[in-house]
Design a binder for this molecule. Structure first.
Ligand SMILES: O=c1ccn([C@@H]2O[C@H](COP(=O)(O)OP(=O)(O)O[C@H]3OC[C@@H](O)[C@H](O)[C@H]3O)[C@@H](O)[C@H]2O)c(=O)[nH]1
Ligand SMILES: [O-]c1cc(O)cc2[o+]c(-c3ccc(O)cc3)c(O[C@@H]3O[C@H](CO)[C@@H](O)[C@H](O)[C@H]3O)cc12
Length: 449
């Protein structure tokens, strides 16, 4: 396993590794040292899953010590891609010695060049939605190296893209410019993603037919190869592992009353927006647990609190400036609403849980995931933003109230739709069947020539 150096990618690769190990397969997992410290507790089969910490080479354009996408702003991702490319010699030496049957990778587009001569089969395993891939990382989206896409080009989905709902609207499309900019040396993000999928033996996606059938079919037709699906791949939460501190705090509130908020591993808010969000929570009058990194330019969340905020919400609101056990908190009976950025991991965790869903997407893939949930499946609501991208405390509070108020029409509708989808996704054997079929697909691939 060699995922992109981001917690939102390493985590689902680890979930898949657990499922493979559960069925007796042996896994070598390559990841940056810092990510290992944060995530090693997710390894449920240490006898079969072995971690190989990588030394991430320093790159002049990155702050010293950068190892994952959590350490840098989104705009610096291309430099982290360059650093990942510099780990190629470490991978080459290990693969020569290990000779695994398969290697799973995503943004390291050069893996097939290394693996093919060694007879190792390559699986490009993508852990963002099929929709996000279909709208940019396909040959039909023409991108020329050295010529950034124009806003007009970015606004138009590629020919044959199968949805009119799961799209970026107006100025949102501008944020896709990054796909046509360099990502490492001599390659654009689009070049990296499409080469990775064109050169592999199999494309795999962390999704299911039931939700993303048309997008999967489109990707398959664009690359002229079958697409293997793993399904959502999420472990059963083990509530015994929830930190005592949070179990106790959440335990004081009535079932379904607490609003939990987290924005994944990469997103850091600006101070003004962070304060607006906290004031929005205060206005709801509901109990809340917010787990967000300190906003830009601050060293702690406390330093950025609005004046008098702490006293006013004492006893019903907590703001934690670091990592929490998100899947376990979401499964706590007191939690009734999940306010999230709709990273693909959080999207699955919210769909498989039974909390009401409120989305505040930031990056373009997160906006597409939000459209899928809010506009296509109608299982949650999106916080309204102004043209500038700013969300106000009022719009934030309105979105939460619209799903938490028992009388609300929207709240009842999304609850009903969410329950319907959840029933499908948590039905007995749904996830197991996906993994079993996926392994069968790999075994058939291995039999070929
Ligand atoms: O405090 C936290 C925050 C997050 N998490 C976990 O970290 C993971 C975060 O993954 P997400 O995909 O939701 O979000 P990230 O922003 O970190 O992901 C990144 O890669 C996947 C892409 O879809 C996202 O757009 C990209 O930002 C989730 O599994 C979540 O449960 C915690 O366990 N604790
Ligand atoms: O923002 C995105 C919009 C979109 O339509 C597609 C993607 O795709 C991917 C991606 C990542 C890995 C793959 O194997 C395939 C697709 C995106 O990945 C994110 O890229 C960021 C910039 O490099 C990075 O910071 C973040 O960690 C990745 O999750 C984004 C979009």
């Amino acid at each position: 396993m060699f995922p992109w150096f981001a917690v939102g990618h390493i985590t689902p690769y680890l979930h898949l590794s657990n499922e493979l190990a559960k069925r007796g397969h042996k896994i070598s997992f390559f990841l940056p040292r810092k990510a290992l410290i944060l995530l090693e507790n997710l390894n449920l089969h240490p006898n079969l899953i072995t971690f190989h910490p990588l030394t991430v080479p320093s790159v002049a354009t990155l702050p010293p010590g950068t190892e994952t996408a959590s350490d840098i702003p989104f705009s610096d991702s291309p430099f982290l891609a360059a650093a990942m490319d510099l780990t190629r010699p470490q991978l080459e030496v290990s693969l020569q010695a290990m000779r695994p049957d398969f290697i799973f990778y995503d943004l390291a587009h050069w893996i097939p060049q290394v693996a093919r001569p060694l007879g190792i089969r390559t699986v490009c395993y993508n852990v963002v939605s099929a929709a996000a891939i279909a709208i940019v990382l396909v040959p039909a989206r023409e991108v020329t190296q050295g010529k950034p896409c124009t806003e007009e080009e970015l606004e138009k989905p590629p020919r044959g893209y199968p949805s009119k709902t799961v799209v970026l609207r107006g100025s949102e499309a501008r944020s896709l410019i990054f796909i046509s900019l360099p990502s490492g040396d001599n390659i654009t993000f689009h070049g990296r993603g499409t080469t990775a999928m064109r050169e592999c033996d199999a494309i795999a996606l962390r999704t299911c037919q039931e939700i993303e059938r048309d997008f999967c079919a489109y990707i398959s037709s664009q690359y002229g190869k079958a697409v293997f699906l793993t399904g959502p791949v999420l472990p059963e939460p083990d509530m015994k592992m929830l930190d005592e501190k949070w179990a106790e705090w959440l335990g004081q509130f009535k079932p379904g009353s607490v609003v939990f908020c987290a924005f994944g591993s990469q997103h850091v808010l600006e101070k003004g927006q962070f304060q607006e969000l906290l004031l929005g929570f205060e206005t709801t009058g509901l109990p809340f647990l917010v787990a967000l990194r300190p906003p830009i330019g601050t060293n702690s969340v406390e330093e950025a609190f609005p004046k008098g905020f702490e006293e006013r919400v004492r006893g019903r609101g907590v703001v934690h400036g670091g990592w929490v056990q998100q899947p376990l908190i979401l499964s706590h009976p007191s939690v009734g609403c999940f306010v999230n950025h709709c990273g693909f991991g959080s999207m699955w965790e919210s769909l498989l849980g039974d909390c009401q869903i409120v989305m505040v997407p930031h990056l373009p893939d997160q906006i597409l995931h939000t459209r899928l949930l809010a506009d296509e499946l109608k299982v949650g609501v999106e916080v309204e933003r102004e043209e500038s991208g700013w969300f106000s405390k009022e719009s934030f509070c309105r979105a939460i109230e619209s799903v938490m108020d028992e009388e609300s029409e929207v709240g009842l509708l999304v609850k009903k739709n969410h329950a319907k989808w959840r029933k499908v996704l948590v039905s007995p054997n749904f996830m197991t069947d996906y993994i079993d079929r996926f392994i069968q697909n790999l075994q058939e691939l291995q039999m070929k020539n």
